[in-house]
Design a protein around this ligand. Structure first.
Ligand code: FAD
Length: 416
């Protein structure tokens, strides 16, 4: 019997799912539905080389338009999935059509959060899509004052690129240091020195009261702080994080709790339905026993790996075979000025942090541990100090084992 697989979300995780289905021998009809009217593209360059103008749109396509023929899929771009009926196994699309499926992979990613009461003004932008990046790129230039609200990874990358384009840049962050949620306070403060050195006015511990319009009521005038100060500017980039794009699943019966709640195989609790990428939450056995064992990861490598894993497990289910748990050591990178941050594993507020190579304020590498176990490794422009820990993280190594390995690597660095 011919089975139809539908993948919703035409970006990294969705495309990887389609490619994997074909590579693993699925020869039934395959439909990829995407809300954006774009051939799938890579997002990391949107805050880096596309925003700076060094790269053109063609350089970030995940596949060329004519390469889709080899995957043999029906591409439904520019149309949003609006509702899911898991009992009838149908999807309602925004153009009024309905798709029936035997297997479904949800890879709808995440969308930028907005400030409460955020006004719709010319000059107030977010950054998630290619369109967002090109529009912001058009606004950057010598002397333009850009205020970035939120010192997370994307906010700081935008700040760095805007500085490189000659802008004046102010970053407003409510927490005491940048990147606290991703790296913790101490390492966030270290990363802040990179921005200070490069002329970014990074203001931490400040509360934003709102964004204000100029006299015409249409263009942004600046950002009002809770203490009454107005930070006047030409452009405001709201970079306060993302939320999983799951509103359309309301009433579907899927459990949604900051992401689609999946089991270890990425199955969303309903036969034939899987999730992957920024929208998926699952128990990751690498962190079994940790307080954040059930996780949602918003990084490139995870989206690519989960797209492939969800497809493999959907196929196994359709074929009556056993699924394989998705087990992963998360990894991400971030480029800011001439620094590259790399992080493997997980970090949270309660971690012990130990710098084992280099020094804070310059290039360095640090271990993150919790309750006697290694949780993660950070490198600031120290690529060779990060990846060697992947195996230790995968086998849930102890803090002591990590310290031993770190000492060996650091000694090699000094000798070299
Ligand atoms: C500016 C920027 C820079 C980044 N830099 C880095 C980096 O340096 N390193 C790193 O590790 N990660 C980085 N990331 C994160 C990385 O790009 C994401 O983790 C990755 O794109 C997630 O892929 P995804 O396929 O899960 O979701 P997404 O890429 O978000 O794609 C989801 C797709 O689904 C579509 N969609 C949503 N709802 C619907 C619907 N109802 N119907 C149909 N389609 C729908 C969306 O329009 C979108 O095209 C960056 C992200 C951004 C935005």
């Amino acid at each position: 019997m011919t089975q139809h697989v539908v993948v919703v979300g035409a970006s990294l995780a969705g495309l990887r799912a389609c490619e994997t289905l074909r590579q693993e021998g699925f020869d039934g009809p395959l439909t990829l539905v995407g809300a954006e009217n774009e051939i799938p593209y890579d997002r990391p360059p949107l805050s880096k080389k596309v925003l700076s103008g060094e790269w053109d749109v063609d350089q970030i396509r995940l596949r060329k338009a004519d390469e889709f023929q080899s995957i043999d899929l029906q591409l439904r771009l520019g149309v949003r999935a609006e509702a899911l009926d898991t009992g009838a196994r149908t999807l309602a699309l925004a153009d009024g059509s309905t798709l029936s499926y035997d297997g479904l992979i949800v890879a709808t990613g995440a969308a930028p959060r907005r400030l409460p009461g955020q006004p719709d003004l010319d000059g107030v932008v977010v950054l998630r899509t290619l369109g967002d990046s090109l529009a912001l790129r058009g606004r950057l230039g010598e002397g333009v004052h850009v205020v970035v609200i939120g010192a997370g990874f994307i906010g700081l990358e935008v700040a760095a690129t805007a500085r490189q384009r000659g802008c004046r840049v102010t970053v407003l962050e409510g927490l005491p240091a940048p990147l606290i949620r991703g790296l913790g306070a101490e390492m966030g403060a270290a990363a802040a020195t990179v921005h200070g050195r490069n002329g970014v006015d990074l203001r931490c511990g400040v509360q934003v009261a709102g964004i204000e319009a100029g006299a015409d009521g249409a263009r942004v005038a600046g950002v009002r702080l809770a203490d009454g100060e107005l930070v006047a500017c030409d452009v405001v980039v709201v970079g306060i994080g993302v939320a999983p794009a799951t509103e359309w699943l309301q009433g579907s019966g899927l459990t949604v709790r900051d992401g689609i709640v999946c089991d270890a195989s990425l199955q969303a609790g309903v036969p034939g339905v899987y999730a992957a990428g920024d929208c998926a939450r699952w128990p990751n056995a690498v962190f079994a026993g940790h307080d954040d064992e059930e996780m949602r990861v918003e990084h490139w490598t995870n989206a690519a790996e989960q797209g492939a894993a969800a497809a493999g497990n959907l196929l196994a289910e359709l074929r009556g075979q056993a699924p394989t748990p998705f087990v992963s050591v998360p990894f991400f990178w971030s480029d800011q000025f001439d620094s590259r941050i790399q992080f493997i594993g997980r970090a949270h507020g309660g971690d012990d942090v130990h710098v084992f190579a280099g020094e804070l304020g310059g290039k360095f590498a640090a271990l993150y541990g919790w309750q006697g176990r290694l949780r993660g490794v950070l490198g600031l422009s120290m690529p060779r100090m990060v990846m060697p820990f992947r195996a230790l993280l995968a086998e849930q190594a102890s803090w002591d084992a990590a310290l031993e390995k770190a000492a060996v690597l650091a000694a090699g660095l000094t000798a070299g």
